[in-house]
Ligand binder design. Structure first.
Ligand code: SF4
Ligand code: SF4
Length: 459
């Protein structure tokens, strides 16, 4: 028993020295609740999103699907094609700008609450705590020699981690291969080479990142942690220790005298990245707020106002008034501009693409009625998720008209080549090659026609 207590003490010291594996102490409080709310929200969306269906083209299909084989991205009723890459670029710029704005406002909030690395580390750590016990029990287990008990606990933990990682990989691949087709194929051992590769890669990636890399990813590998500092200003609210209020620290765990910090060290014990926030803003801090929860509980216990550790800006901690924030205006303005541009591009995008090819066989033909005819091949590409009828007109030469059929039905998401003849009066005052324009519009959207230039040859 005495040996076990000394081991625990030794283990706690190990934690303070920030050596070895970090086993953070569990903590309750508003930021922990918010963190778990975000874990639930993001994972319900991720694990559930691939199971949603949408009725398109007369049949039920997966609502969110990157159909790489057919070069389509389905997002409920919206179907995006490679030519919509501008929208994807705008969406990425929008997300990056939103991240910059949030970082300028409140530091690494994304890292602490919504980053997949944080979310999966939280889930894996929860499993670890359920199997191996609290942080001290885990430290003790890690240091104990191998035994049947240790082997069993470690085995169960790694088994559960692998199950979560496998399901995460299946879900990920399920956004590229319909999940309702992927699961039977997986059960039959009949997945394609790319699916098999990504299933194995993503499962191992999740297992290693959330089970082993954990905070090392945030501290040493994540590029965002390196350049986030340039988005900060002196008004950015980050998790901070109020030095003026906390120092000098009192004797460990004792009340009375000195500053408000009782040097209990619990803020360090709960930190998932092993940071002592009392040493100031550090690269390893992901702004998760767990040290705030821990310190608030300690302050309440010793009868001192909470907020010794809190979200506070450099100016607030220095007791100076908040200054002007030009970068907030820049990020905010950019965010609005990109959002507006994206909405405009989306509203203007055409669900029809047309290529016009002149017939190479004959340049022109004169009919018995004295009219001049030119032949063309039009490639009509319907980008919609439903069959559509397109009507073709042409202009540029007086009396120019389409001969015969001018309305063509094109199946959903397909290209239909159609042969078309244009005719113009032979007695026109024009001669030679005349520029003309094809106007192609969906039957139900005549006002929004696609214009495609071409030429008409007269004698
Ligand atoms: S939890 Fe609060 S009182 Fe305890 S060491 Fe940290 S800052 Fe000091
Ligand atoms: S110092 Fe506090 S806010 Fe920063 S990572 Fe550690 S617990 Fe989270």
């Amino acid at each position: 028993m005495g040996r076990s207590v000394s081991k625990v003490r030794e283990a706690k010291l190990e934690l303070y020295r920030k050596k070895g594996k970090i086993h953070a102490r569990a903590v309750a409080g508003r930021f922990n609740t918010l963190r778990w709310a975000l874990v639930w929200l993001t994972q319900v969306v991720f694990y559930g999103g691939c199971w949603l269906t949408w009725e398109g083209n007369g049949a039920l299909r997966q609502a969110v699907l990157f159909d790489i084989g057919r070069e389509k991205f389905h997002f409920f009723g919206l179907v995006l094609w490679p030519q919509d890459a501008l929208l994807l670029a705008l969406a990425l710029i929008l997300a990056a700008t939103a991240l910059f704005l949030v970082t300028a406002l409140a530091g690494r909030l994304f890292c602490g609450f919504a980053c997949p690395q944080t979310v999966y580390t939280t889930i894996f750590t929860w499993v670890e705590a359920k199997v191996e016990g609290d942080h001290l029990a885990r430290l003790e287990l890690d240091r104990s020699p191998m035994s049947a008990r240790k082997l069993l606990r470690k085995g169960v933990k790694h088994g559960l981690w692998l199950l979560i990682a496998a399901w995460t990989a299946i879900t990920f691949v399920g956004y590229f291969t319909p999940i309702r087709e992927l699961l039977p194929a997986l059960a039959a051992g009949d997945t394609g080479p790319w699916e098999s590769f990504w299933l194995i890669f993503y499962a191992l990636f999740t297992y290693v990142q959330a089970g082993f890399a954990r905070e090392a990813m945030c501290q040493h590998m994540c590029p965002y942690s390196r350049f986030q500092g340039v988005m900060f200003d002196r008004n950015t609210a980050t998790v901070s220790y109020d030095l003026r209020r906390g120092e000098p620290r009192r004797a460990r765990g004792k009340a009375g005298g000195g500053g408000d910090c009782v040097d209990c060290g619990i803020c360090v014990e709960v930190c998932p990245t092993g940071v002592d926030i009392r040493e100031g803003l550090q690269l390893g801090c992901i702004n998760c707020g767990l040290c705030i929860d821990a310190c608030d509980a300690v302050m309440t216990r010793v009868g001192t106002p909470t907020g010794l550790i809190r979200f506070a800006s450099e100016r607030e901690l220095a007791g100076t008034a908040p200054g002007r924030r030009p970068r907030l205006a820049v990020y905010g303005g950019l965010l609005l501009a990109v959002a507006a541009l994206g909405a405009w591009v989306l509203s203007q995008r055409s669900l029809l693409q047309v290529d016009v090819l002149r017939d190479r066989g004959a340049l022109l033909r004169e009919t018995s009625a004295g009219r001049i005819e030119n032949a063309y091949t039009l490639k009509l590409k319907n980008l919609d998720d439903a069959p559509r009828e397109f009507v073709v007109e042409a202009s540029g030469v007086p009396g120019l008209e389409v001969v015969g059929e001018r309305s063509f039905e094109v199946a959903a998401g397909s290209v239909r080549p159609v042969s078309l003849t244009l005719s113009a009066p032979g007695d026109t005052s024009f001669s030679g090659v005349r520029p003309i324009t094809f106007h192609i519009a969906a039957g139900d959207e005549a006002a929004r026609s696609v214009q495609e230039p071409s030429s008409f040859i007269l004698p």
